[in-house]
Ligand binder design. Structure first.
Ligand SMILES: Cc1ncc(COP(=O)(O)O)c(C=O)c1O
Length: 397
């Protein structure tokens, strides 16, 4: 397999959210080479075996309404087993256009207006929007912050779970943006609280392949039969293989009754036709992509260690959290957060990262940084970030 993690596709006019956001930023200076370390996608060249599979399909087939075929299901089943020791069968898989769509549909089918849905915050910002749009109530339990690590506030969780109007937990695992990979012990506690209080678990595991070598991701449903019975596992090849634009994601629901209700809802509402090329790309990625997954994780780890040492040396007032999973670093810049100007200062200095406030009120003073880029570009950008706040650091150090 050949790929090059030292180069990116430099097409800033390809209408990607991330690059258009940067180019349209009022402080963007086209004369300075910059990368957008914002939206969670990547600019590496698409893997050759994915491109080839798409070309082959295009040459040999048509683009009518399309269902996943048996080879697609085999690829997903094998991948889940190989990478996550998650034993599933074809019947457990529901194919959607994306994880947001899945969350929305599970909320719609299994909860009622005004019901409360628990989230642990700061968290991936669309969680707030999806719950509100369906007229459900957000039950926001802030993550605790202890010894430079984010932890679930289990006391608050138990309290909130007991309320009769609480119906589900919308969980992010690994957690975007704080980078936690939850331990088995934490996950087991979550499951027992949900079981005791009759809560469903919507487990968004979209980042599940992107795990630091010292950590181990556990798919919620693999914990126990009981966990399996109340969980919706939301997965996608989109983060790992950069396929978000192709709209293909797999929800795994082991509980036949819950799955049946979703299938029934879909057949009455949207139907089940999916993006033909998304299926082709996912199948190719899950069949031939193991080497890539490993190389990408190694790159993320290298980049993380690099920026950690740069920040510790030249910006010690900032706190970079342990990146246990995802390629999204969470950096505490509260020390420099005067009058809301943090992001403006960074943008003026040609650094484009996400404002932590997007992820909840307790994200104020933080930034989220996408480090899935070649190491030399990450080094340049983090150098720029550091120099924004520490004028004593020269370009050469
Ligand atoms: C935790 C999480 N869930 C869901 C999504 C979006 O998923 P999709 O594009 O499949 O709707 C993202 C994208 O960044 C994410 O980080």
């Amino acid at each position: 397999m050949s790929f090059d993690l030292t180069k990116i596709v430099k097409n800033k006019d390809n209408n990607s959210y991330k690059n258009s956001g940067m180019v349209n930023n009022k402080y963007y200076d086209p004369s300075v080479e910059s990368i957008a370390m914002t939206v969670a996608d990547m600019d590496f060249e698409t893997l050759s075996f994915i491109k080839e599979a798409i070309i082959q399909w295009t040459n040999q087939s048509t683009f009518g309404y399309t269902y996943p075929g048996s080879e697609y299901y085999d690829a997903v089943v094998d991948y889940m087993q190989r990478h996550h020791q998650f034993e599933i069968s074809k019947e457990d898989i529901l194919v959607y256009g994306g994880v947001i769509e899945m969350i929305d549909q599970v909320i719609e089918v299994f909860t009622n207006p005004k019901d409360e849905i628990i989230i642990f915050t700061p968290v991936y910002h669309p969680f707030y929007r999806i719950i509100k749009n369906r007229n459900r109530t957000i039950n926001d339990i802030p993550l605790l912050y202890y010894n430079n690590k984010y932890l679930i506030d289990f006391d608050a969780f138990i309290e909130q779970a007991k309320k009769p109007q609480t119906k589900a937990l919308l969980f992010c695992s690994p957690h975007n943006p704080v980078g936690r990979v939850w331990t088995k012990e934490e996950l087991n506690k979550i499951v027992s609280i949900c079981l005791e209080n009759d809560l469903l678990i919507i487990s968004d595991e979209i980042h599940f392949d992107l795990i630091n070598s010292k950590h181990q991701h556990t798919v919620m449903s693999t914990l126990s039969k009981e966990a399996e019975n109340i969980s919706f596992i939301l997965t996608s090849p989109s983060k790992t293989f950069n396929l978000a634009g192709l709209q293909c994601a797999n929800m795994i629901v082991k509980n036949k009754n819950l799955r049946g209700r979703l299938i029934d809802y879909r057949s009455r509402q949207t139907g089940q036709s999916v993006n033909a090329l998304g299926l082709v790309a996912c199948q190719a990625a899950y069949t031939h992509g193991d080497e890539w997954v490993q190389a990408l994780n190694e790159l993320i780890e290298t980049n993380y260690h690099l920026i950690k040492s740069m920040i510790e040396k030249d910006l010690p007032q900032a706190i970079l959290y342990q990146l246990e999973g995802t390629y999204l670093c969470w950096l505490n810049l509260k020390e420099f957060n005067d009058n809301d100007l943090l992001i403006e200062k960074l943008n003026k200095n040609q650094v484009f990262v996400n404002d932590g406030k997007m992820f909840g009120v307790n994200g104020e003073g933080f930034v989220r940084i996408n480090i899935a880029y070649p190491t030399d570009l990450v080094k340049e950008m983090i150098g720029r970030l550091i120099r924004t706040f520490n004028k004593n650091v020269s370009r050469e150090t």
